[in-house]
Write a protein that binds this ligand. Structure first.
Ligand code: AMP
Ligand code: MG
Length: 369
């Protein structure tokens, strides 16, 4: 008899969130999140104004098994009720990635269940389906602390990357801005809070990134330099100064994201001329929590015949439910991995696009994501 559902334990530890979740995918396409737990490490990284890889790796290793026990208990399941164990196998900070992947390998070996090595970006690409039945294909803007990408998602393993950041991720742009102004970590929420008090953001002129570049790529490094210069030029910056600069930065980031997304929308429409409007634009990643960015994207979507879909916050930021769902979708298609599956610091979802545009987030060892 064909399976009517797939129940998968998912583990995630590729950046600074340790997470475990259990998801059940039905043959009908219905998705049930049976348990979902995340432990953020914000307090551990806050003194440094950014994620410290060694601190993250140690914290993941300490917490991973406890989180597994927690979600098994919350779902009231025994290991024999699971159909597979999935874990993020990359891309990410390698010491962290190993924590989830090695735990998953141990559990797979001990229980005899198959292992599924999931690409973290594929998890984000599917996250909207944890809370609502969104049909393929859709356009996805992924804006997190580690990634900024525009993707066309057609199916599992069929994801086309239209653009990616050449340097920092959008979340890093917020975090670095906050660090320059001494606002604490994570920077995004702090910058947004302060920006709400701005009265004259237009007094700061910040650069339009990649103004002459016709691609869907992103760049935030120049913005960071400009913010630093503007901040250093202020003598004894007042709260009002900081609020105006925070709002100017937030506006510059929102404008850049919207401008590149508009381009990706045109490509999506060309690729799928027979789809009925409104077309789906999904925004995921921690930065998607930002209301100024959401408003901007909502307006753009309305103008261009799209509808903006944002997963609930718990599925927007790093989580293991999306990894479990990607695992279940893979299991459904018979895609499992051997226990030799490697942890990968670099693992582009769309290998062909990553190799064709190596300027995008590339290093000596090849493209990261
Ligand atoms: P993630 O990598 O998906 O876990 O998301 C974390 C990133 O999202 C960090 O860089 C945060 O600064 C950023 N972030 C979280 N909330 C907001 C917000 N309200 N506005 C802008 N960025 C945010
Ligand atoms: Mg995170």
């Amino acid at each position: 008899m064909e399976a009517v559902s797939w129940t998968v334990l998912g583990l995630e530890s590729s950046c600074d969130d340790t997470a475990a979740a259990i998801v059940r995918l039905y043959a009908t396409g219905k998705v049930e999140v049976l348990a979902n737990a995340v432990q953020s490490q914000n307090a551990a990284h806050a003194p440094f104004g950014g994620v410290v890889p060694e601190i993250a790796a140690r914290a993941h290793a300490e917490r991973m098994d406890g989180l597994v026990a927690q979600v098994m208990e919350a779902a009231d399941l025994r290991f024999d009720a699971l159909d597979a164990i999935a874990a993020t196998a990359g891309p990410g900070l390698i010491g962290g990635v190993m924590a989830a992947l090695m735990t998953a390998k141990g559990l797979a070996l001990g229980t005899g269940k198959p292992l599924i090595a999931v690409n973290h970006l594929e998890g984000h690409a599917l996250s909207a389906r944890l809370s609502a039945p969104v049909a393929f294909p859709y356009l996805l803007l992924l804006v997190s602390g580690g990634h900024t990408q525009l993707l066309i998602v057609e199916d599992i393993g069929q994801i086309t990357r239209l653009g990616s950041t050449l340097d920092d991720a959008a979340g890093e742009a917020f975090d670095k801005t906050a660090k320059i102004m001494g606002l604490g970590f994570p920077g995004g929420p702090a910058v947004e809070r302060l920006a709400r008090q701005a009265s004259a953001p237009e007094r700061f002129t910040l650069p339009v990134m990649l103004a002459k570049d016709k691609s869907c790529d992103f760049s935030f490094a120049g913005l960071k330099t400009a913010v630093k210069r503007a901040y250093d030029a202020l003598e004894n910056p007042s709260d009002a100064d900081k609020a105006d600069l925070a709002a100017a930065t937030q506006n510059a980031i929102a404008r850049h994201l919207a401008q590149r997304t508009a381009r990706a929308m045109a490509i999506f429409k060309d690729r799928f001329p027979n789809l009925t409007e409104p077309l789906p634009l999904i925004v995921a990643g921690g930065v998607a929590a930002n209301s100024a960015i959401r408003t901007r994207l909502t307006d753009l979507a309305r103008e261009e015949g799209f509808t903006l879909i944002a997963p609930p916050h718990e599925y927007c930021t790093d989580n293991a439910a999306m990894i479990a769902l990607a695992g279940a979708e893979r299991l459904k298609r018979g895609l499992t991995d051997p226990l030799t599956a490697p942890a990968r610091a670099r693992w582009p979802l769309d290998e062909a696009a990553a190799l064709a545009t190596p300027k995008t987030g590339a290093g000596r060892k090849g493209p990261k994501a």
